[in-house]
Design a protein around this ligand. Structure first.
Ligand code: ZN
Length: 393
């Protein structure tokens, strides 16, 4: 048994002054109360100066694309970034199993308890299964530019599921644009009954005009396959990917930098009609590096959406730390409250990923992991750039 006390805690949904948190040896929360007297003597108490928070959840990353020291920062836009990734793949610069295991350990030291990972192959699964300190759910990403590619990708998807039955693997669309009509007919069946799915959404301003002959995304993919015809030419989500994903329970829309208020309203209506829970994952450092554009956070918050935080891969972010992502967000949105960011990075993400009984909240019966934020002026509810994160469990 361990006993923790600090100046304050944020449980994932609320603050507790002078918290006393008791856990089992394996990290299960046994009780969360307010410590009554400063002088209360409790044997074996670990007292910390700072704020205790739950383990953080990275709601979007690509472990197998996380090549250290290859962070793209050119702000050249999504197509330039895609070419950067293609060049690295051709140069065999992608990480091996050993470096993936190291990346996972780094995430653990950055206070991350669980993460959602985009996979294109089997390579990340041995390390994800071996590291029991950090939980994961994987989205196998389809981006078929032809029916042949769709067949190959569907084979790899089924192979991942068969070879790693203990892993939670769900199908995901890369985006609205990198899916061909011919490919969609092959892969569509995998999306019809999935509990979770994910898609890079409104990361490019060109994904709503795919029908136009001179659309840069359409032109780029036609250069790779002259027969390419985009599957989702209709910019209305409910008439495109929404039709295929209408039986999904939880859908993660990742990035949202070009989302409009009208689209938010349409998505909310679709989500209510189809009873699909929508989650909006933001990766602001990646957006800043790739396009120099940030998501419309105020707009998303005004609509009271379930917002989560991700990092994307090391190809567009300097590290996979959600705490550093929060610091960046705080710098760009000074009015944003620390408690709102913490909720995004814990409670909201656990809900989005089907982990609400396990992680994302310091509550009895859960095993969320515990971190400590050490910083000056704790009460201001602003994340100070010099704040430090220390992993307690
Ligand atoms: Zn991504």
């Amino acid at each position: 048994m361990r006993k923790f006390a600090a100046n304050i805690a944020f449980t994932g949904t609320k603050h507790i002054q002078n918290p006393l948190i008791i856990t089992s040896d394996d990290g299960e929360i046994l009780s969360v109360t307010e410590k009554k007297f400063d002088s209360q003597e409790i044997a074996g108490l670990e007292y910390y100066s700072g704020m205790i928070i739950p383990g953080l959840i990275n709601a979007h990353t690509h472990i197998e694309l996380s090549v250290p020291n290859h962070c793209y920062q050119a702000k050249g836009g999504i197509l330039d970034f895609v070419q950067h990734v293609i060049r690295l793949r051709r140069n065999n610069a992608m990480p091996d199993e050993k470096s993936i295991a190291k990346t996972l350990r780094q995430m653990q030291f950055q206070g991350i308890r669980a993460f959602a990972d985009i996979a294109n192959s089997t390579i990340s699964f041995p390390a994800k299964n071996a590291n029991k300190q950090i939980a994961s759910k994987s989205f196998f990403e389809f981006f078929p530019l032809s029916s042949e590619q769709a067949d190959q990708q569907a084979d790899v998807f089924m192979h991942c599921k068969t070879k790693f039955p203990e892993a939670d693997i769900f199908p995901a669309f890369h985006s609205p644009y990198a899916i061909s009509l011919a490919g969609l007919t092959v892969i569509q069946q995998h999306f019809e009954k999935t509990a979770l799915s994910s898609v890079h959404f409104r990361e490019s301003e060109f994904e709503t005009t795919l029908h136009a002959e001179n659309n840069p995304l359409n032109r780029f993919y036609r250069n790779m396959n002259p027969d390419f015809k985009p599957a989702f030419e209709n910019p209305d989500f409910s008439n495109g990917q929404g039709k295929i994903l209408e039986n999904t329970q939880q859908l993660l829309l990742v990035h949202n930098i070009h989302i409009t208020e009208q689209e938010i309203l349409n998505l909310k209506k679709w989500s209510e009609n189809q009873r699909v829970k929508l989650n909006f994952v933001l990766c602001p450092r990646s957006n800043d590096n790739i396009a120099g554009i940030l998501p419309p956070l105020d707009l998303l918050m005004e609509h009271r959406l379930n917002i989560c935080l991700g990092t994307d891969s090391l190809l567009s972010a300097p590290n996979l730390s959600i705490f550093d992502e929060m610091k960046f967000l705080q710098q760009k949105f000074p009015a944003l409250r620390l408690q709102d960011m913490l909720k995004m990075a814990s409670f909201n993400a656990a809900n989005a990923l089907g982990w609400s009984e396990d992680f994302g909240e310091i509550a009895v019966g859960k095993c969320p992991g515990l971190n400590l934020i050490e910083m000056k002026q704790l009460k201001r509810d602003v994340l100070h750039p010099e704040a430090q994160l220390k992993v307690l469990i």
